[in-house]
Design a protein around this ligand. Sequence first.
Ligand code: APR
Length: 711
Amino acid sequence: MSQSPDGGISKMETDEGPVLPVDYRPQSWRGLPMEAIHRQRQPFELEHLPAVTAGNLHRVMYQLPIRDTPPRPHKSPGKWDSEHVRLPCAPESKYPREAADGSTSIDSRWGMIERALLQPIESSEELQNAILSYNTTYRDQWHFRALHQLFEEELDESETRVFFEDLLPRIIRLALRLPDLIQSPVPLLKQHKNASLSLSQQQIACLLANAFLCTFPRRNTLKRKSEYSSFPDINFNRLYQSTGQAVLEKLKCIMHYFRRVCPTERDASNVPTGVVTFVRRSGMPEHLIDWSQSAAPLGDVPLHVDAEGTIEDEGIGLLQVDFANKYLGGGVLGHGCVQEEIRFVICPELLVSKLFTESLRPFEALVMLGAERYSNYTGYAGSFAWSGNCEDATPRDSSHRRQTAIVAIDALHFAQSQHQYREDLMERELNKAYIGFVHWMDMPPPGVATGNWGCGAFGGDSYLKALLQLMVCAQLGRPLAYYTFGNTDFRDDFHDMWLLFQSEATTVQQLWSILRSYSQLMKEHSSAKEPREQKATKKKLYEFIKEELKKATPVEAGTPGTSGSAEAKSESKASVTSAKTSPEVNKKTTQQSPDLFPPQSSQDDSDSSPEQGILMLSDDEEANAMMEAASLEAKNSKEASNSSSSAPAKSNSSTTGTVSGGRQLTLLEMLDTHYEKGQASKRPRKAANAEGQAKSRKENNDVQDKEDFVD
Ligand code: APR
């Protein structure tokens, strides 16, 4: 709101009435001011990760210490194996080449790529043909309609000409520098592995230039059992084949990035000089928190909840949450254009995580520190639009990383919203947020900037997800900045709940107990046969919590295991103690690799075996199968109670989800029951392809890739 020259308030009017100056507009946030979220420190005072040091759990792709900017590549022998990225310039990357006389020879694929890209390319058709010349398997499948539309309809003639005459040659030149910018093997951040990887921004730009030109071998086959079927896509071909204005806008963001970072023949001063670190966190059983034992007070979490603003704009210096897909980036190289996809195209260095990060398991997360923002945007989803250059002034840390920390955590996708209140699935979301928010450094952890995680394309209830994230922040002692993305009612409801937690001194374990009761109530509701019963059991979550908190009169001390009992009180004084000790207790073992979970005593560089994986959902697909089973169970119990309305339904675990004593089946017991009965297929139904919901790689066509025969 600009002041008029005479210092008065300008008389601007809009159709909603006078435009109030900022200090007169109703405050968009509730709770504590951002200063409290920053712990009364400067925004970048608290660090998210330790300085970059090479080790067997942290691969550094450039020379340390950094003497030149951009850093020089680290050199070590290349590897062509299942633990490293198969680089297109590797000597082992070969390709069948048909000679004029019809004979076939096996050639270096990199040579083919160079020959194809060093030809003059003056149109999107010629670019498509060049790319297809080293991806011959897809000659009849890849039609780069988005690329053609961008140049033939969206951009004007001069912009198109500048692209083909100037920018594309720069992208190609950078891509073909792969052999000298990447001189050591790029490790895959695989499942069950705690590992870090640091690359220079220049190396990332070179890898992304190769992705832009679809040069990575074996990454196009979506065959279920192919080598990279559990990895996100990296070659941009799927983006080029997509349709819609948002796709064109994403392409503009990506091309703008290359305009910023690709050197020209005469001038390399625009090459970014920094570094980005990727940390895969894979939780172990001893890291699991027993939420029913956590005495952390919810009201002690410094909370700032704002109906305006975005995580990326307001969350500077905080741990910013990426509402991820387990295949990182989700639909960014397809039609998707919601929170994660937008973040990945305005900060394209994040895209390189798709090259080496295997899909996330339920107790895994990826932290990304150092990515730079290059673009501004307006709109969201279908209305998303690139809106020009962004000069990212975020300061760098001692390792030359922009101090922007982003954590990718994938929520569960709820095709039926009532599933999200199941205890096992709420616990899965708690543990997912926990592995993302846990902090392994001595200094106090920076705050978390988050929002409606899992509550858009993934169909979650923001009222529940906000509480789950608050619980994790309470457990970890992290301030919480929550952006409700325009929802003022929810902002006020969440804030009121936090005030109630303060006045009632509610702990995590008490809220967890109430949530489990609500879970039971929802279960009864879904199986209730009479509308009046449904009415009786249908309660809004926060209404239910308030009732339960008011009901909870202090229990006589000495009643074992209750919040009022002596042991509970003694625990509330001590740190959280539980069968699964919270990692803070064994903090000292984390010093040697504080950005990772404490390595197992037996853990070396090799993968910890999957059976060491946590005793939880072996895979979210089982969660989906369980939700399918739960729907079956609800249907069965409704039919059962309808058919024998007089006699109580027989407590058969396979229909009522409880064992004879009435205890709810655990998720895995439920699954076993349904698998035995063949009621739950091992593979879930196709996920509803909600906007932004990336089609699972498993859902795409199976395409056999010629490279599979050759290498
Ligand atoms: N800042 C704060 N809140 C945001 C922002 C932002 N920049 N962008 C969106 N939101 C809010 C909106 O309210 C949105 O509905 O977060 C909600 C959830 O965003 P989604 O992206 O739909 O996240 P989710 O439901 O977890 O779905 C994840 O979508 O982006 C893909 O790859 C992702 O497949 C994954 C799926």
